[in-house]
Design a protein around this ligand. Sequence first.
Ligand code: ADP
Ligand code: MG
Length: 291
Amino acid sequence: MRIAILSRNKKLYSIRRLVQESRKAGIRCDVINPLECQLVIDGKQSRILAGTVTLPTYDAVLPRIGASITEYGLAVVRHFEILGIAAINSSQSIAESRNKMRSLQVLTGAGILVPSTVLTRSTRGLKAAVEAVKGLPVVLKILQGTQGVGVMLVHTPISLGSVLDTLRTLDQDVIVQQFIVEGAGRDFRAFVVGGKVVASMMRTAPQGEFRSNIHRGGEGNIVKLPPHYEKTAVRAAKVLGLDVAGVDLMESNDGPLVIEVNSSPGFEGIEKATGINVGAAIVQSIKKTLK
Ligand code: ADP
Ligand code: MG
């Protein structure tokens, strides 16, 4: 068995761990930089060149595409799929989960609870948008942000107007979202692999911060998720078609809300917080899929 990991950086913790666990499981594993991939369409000879060399056939490709290269990265994943190589996760599921509005549309369409959210370009409608998400303060998010960057908490109409003007000038579409007061500063990260939660942690934001991302200084601690949280996380990954997913959930008065679903979740934070071998769980799941 031979797999390819698509990543720009071999040295990242999660990539090193995936390579290590693949080798342990007797799988040959190459790390390929998606930006070095040239995608050749040529009838039956369609192929991918890594720099100058044609890539061999792999049993599966594991895309770990960063937000900064989503578009090119997705074209690369699509090419692997065209060549008949199984992508874990698929290009479509990555595309759907990467966009924060689109993923919430898919989730809500499947009956999964998410915070009230408005996608808007209207200046005239701003007041109505704020009312639709139950009033100020509101959370603003750019559609493609990750690791907490691009997520803002806004308390007043004046700052809301000026922040939106700025983002529009920067050509950023944004969503306005209900601020979940009851669960603020804390969330759950459920790591879903092959339809099961393999590890979960509670993340707590540092003092004076509402974002609980580990990259923003949040602290992760192992938790056993209540069964309905677990079920929600598994369903969220499933409706987005993700074999590997990091599902963020918040506690609300109405039950667990899905905040977002990550298609290339890093697992340094969660392995360290829980002591669970997430890398091995991913590799074993790929092995099972390919059998
Ligand atoms: P990112 O992709 O940058 O991680 P998220 O949507 O997951 O974006 O938001 C980052 C963090 O901000 C979440 O982990 C959570 O702690 C906090 N957060 C996000 N949305 C809300 C919300 N609607 N209400 C309260 N806190 C939120
Ligand atoms: Mg998140």
